[in-house]
Design a protein around this ligand. Structure first.
Ligand SMILES: [Zn+2]
Length: 115
């Protein structure tokens, strides 16, 4: 898919946010159903593993969902696509690949490196 306008970007962000919310809702209810079950050792181990996986996956989905909210609010304010660190326009190609990106590629690399 080639994105040519902010309208398309917004649609993409909104549909991605909806998709994440559905997954998060689903994974939350599934986690609750699991609680208190598991009669066998093997099941318990598998379940613990599943829950650990769920937890980290869930966290990263929640992070992405927050980033998308942030990107949408920037679209509303008309400041979308501007690097939050240095203020230059972020490459369109980068936004196509990662619409929720806050930083231009140079600032992103610097912040990844600094971690
Ligand atoms: Zn920058």
């Amino acid at each position: 898919m080639v994105i040519r306008s902010e309208t398309q970007l917004r649609q993409m962000l909104e549909s991605e946010r909806t998709r994440l919310q559905v997954i998060l809702k689903h994974s939350g209810s599934r986690g609750n159903e699991h609680t208190g079950y598991g009669n066998h050792m093997a099941d318990d181990a598998t379940e613990a593993f599943d829950q650990a996986m769920d937890f980290s996956v869930r966290r990263s989905l929640e992070d992405t969902s927050r980033e998308i909210d942030h990107a949408l609010s920037k679209l509303d304010q008309g400041i979308y696509g501007v690097c939050e660190s240095c203020g230059i326009r972020v490459d369109w190609a980068r936004l196509e690949a990662k619409p929720e990106a806050r930083l231009c590629i140079r600032c992103q690399q610097r912040s990844d490196f600094g971690r």
